[in-house]
Design a protein around this ligand. Structure first.
Ligand SMILES: Nc1ncnc2c1ncn2[C@@H]1O[C@H](COP(=O)(O)OP(=O)(O)OP(=O)(O)O)[C@@H](O)[C@H]1O
Ligand SMILES: [Mg+2]
Length: 253
């Protein structure tokens, strides 16, 4: 059974339909990229997994638990399974980088100071931010803020991590570094990874499968080799707009 399942999820906000029957599944240890135009419901989709939102109809599942109807401790347990890189990073301005990264450990509780320090150091090293540990968010660049958010998302070593636009606004070199890091965590630690991104090229080069969301529907979900050859007009338009051709995949690692 897949680890995560969306079953015909419809989501309305004030009568306006944003998701119009979204279904897909993610296997344990898989890296799924979700791409699609702005405002199409990508972030809304992710938020259903940690129940920041609930479906108007349909259901969302983690293993055999329906996330949308979980209550109390069951819900807390579900939320604890996920690491989350929020779109925009959302670092707290009055805390240093190091303190921001330590936050999920402190909020969750049960980690002693030595363990916190060890994990924060490890997470900062992973994103190459060790030198910025004592700086405040306002004192570092946008790309460094992204990486700090990434360190915070991985610090609890969750087995599922949701990344909402981890590379937007970054230069190409930093983007590739981050894509590599996400892929490495996915492969080496078997972390199930859902990556929302506008970077279709990165998605095709690093993910196991790519899902394209358009007008609140899954237009396509397939492996990169199939995705680049899709005859779906929405997918073609998206690929052509970014000048992507099948030979891109020769660069896959
Ligand atoms: N809490 C909310 N209340 C009302 N409308 C919302 C809410 N959250 C999202 N929306 C609307 O749902 C639509 C989809 O939003 P979403 O954030 O999922 O887009 P997106 O695909 O992530 O776009 P982008 O690529 O720009 O981040 C938008 O029209 C947005 O205004
Ligand atoms: Mg979004």
């Amino acid at each position: 059974m897949p680890q995560i399942r969306f079953e015909n999820v419809v989501k309305l906000f004030d009568g306006r339909e944003v998701l119009s029957g979204v279904s897909f599944a993610v296997e344990k240890g898989e890296m799924l990229a979700i791409a699609g135009p702005s405002g199409t419901g990508k972030s809304v989709t992710l938020k259903h997994l940690v129940r920041l939102l609930t479906p108007t109809s349909g259901s969302v599942w983690l293993d055999d638990v329906e996330i949308s109807s979980a209550t109390g401790t069951e819900l807390a347990t579900i939320r604890n399974r996920f690491g989350y890189l929020f779109q925009g990073g959302a670092l707290l301005g009055w805390l240093t980088v190091e303190e921001n990264v330590a936050l999920p450990l402190r909020e969750h509780g049960g980690y002693d100071e030595d363990e916190i320090s060890k994990r924060v150091t490890e997470a900062l090293e992973a994103v190459d931010l060790s030198d910025a540990a004592d700086l405040y968010p306002a004192e570092i660049s946008g790309g460094m803020q992204k990486r700090a958010g990434l360190a915070r998302a991985i610090v609890r070593r969750n087995d599922i991590i949701l990344y909402d636009e981890p590379t937007s606004g970054l230069d190409p070199v930093t983007s590739t570094t981050i894509n590599r890091l996400i892929r490495r965590l996915n492969k080496e630690r078997g972390i199930t990874s859902i990556v929302v991104t506008h970077d279709l090229q990165g998605a095709l080069l690093f993910a196991d499968r790519v899902l394209m969301l358009k007008n609140g529907r899954v237009a396509e979900v397939s492996k990169p080799e199939e995705f680049v050859r899709s005859s779906n007009p929405d997918v073609r338009e998206f690929l052509d707009a970014q000048f992507i051709t099948p030979d891109l995949l020769e660069k896959r690692l």
